[in-house]
Design a protein around this ligand. Structure first.
Ligand code: MN
Length: 198
């Protein structure tokens, strides 16, 4: 599972593993604001709220499971965004190996999986995230998580996520959330997704 450990009690701001304008289907403008302003604010707020909470020095997944209110919201949004930004890249845009095997086993085909994932993202009311996760039996599941929620709260191993907060797509796609979701498959790096099974 992708987790994040604080360094000397501080959660560090992640660097994007690509140039903001490199992805194509998301503009450099959207990526720049999303990473540099939205994620930065969540990281700063998390680091402000952590001291005195009793949750200092825990991995972020534990902070998420044990906190409420502002601390929970900011911790959840930090893990959600780090996993979102890290899963994109220039290569490995189709599932293969273990991921392909699991998707075909649990959804019938890659096409069926993508259809259900996009449908769950499109029908999520308001702000939130659509996730692919692995459950305790090793099966793949798709869940809708509202606001800052993350599948770790339900004991799942989170693997892949599409952000459906409007700030993730409005500059590029306006109200066309379905078009944004469909376009993201072009930039998912499935090797990153597969690495989260460990
Ligand atoms: Mn976001």
């Amino acid at each position: 599972m992708r987790d994040i450990l604080p360094v000397n009690g501080i959660f560090e701001m992640m660097q994007l593993p690509y140039a903001p304008e490199a992805l194509g289907v998301i503009s450099g403008n959207t990526l720049g604001f999303h990473h540099g302003k939205h994620l930065k604010a969540y990281v700063d707020n998390l680091n402000k709220l952590l001291p005195g909470s009793g949750l200092e020095n825990l991995p972020i997944s534990e902070v998420i499971k044990k906190s409420k209110g502002g601390l929970f919201n900011n911790a959840g949004q930090v893990l959600n965004h780090v996993m979102y930004f890290e899963q994109f890249g220039k290569e490995h845009h189709e599932p293969e190996g273990k991921m392909l095997e699991m998707i075909v086993r649990d959804f019938g085909s890659v096409e069926n999986f993508k259809k259900e994932f996009e449908q769950k993202g499109t029908t999520l009311f308001g702000s939130g995230w659509v996730w692919l996760s692995m459950n305790a039996e090793g099966r793949l599941v798709i869940t809708q998580e509202v606001n800052a929620n993350n599948p770790v709260q339900s004991g799942l191993v989170p693997l892949l996520t599409f952000d459906v907060w409007e700030h993730a797509y409005y500059l590029d796609y306006q109200n066309r959330r379905a078009d944004y979701l469909a376009a993201l498959w072009q930039i998912v790096d499935w090797k990153v997704v597969e690495s989260r099974l460990q």
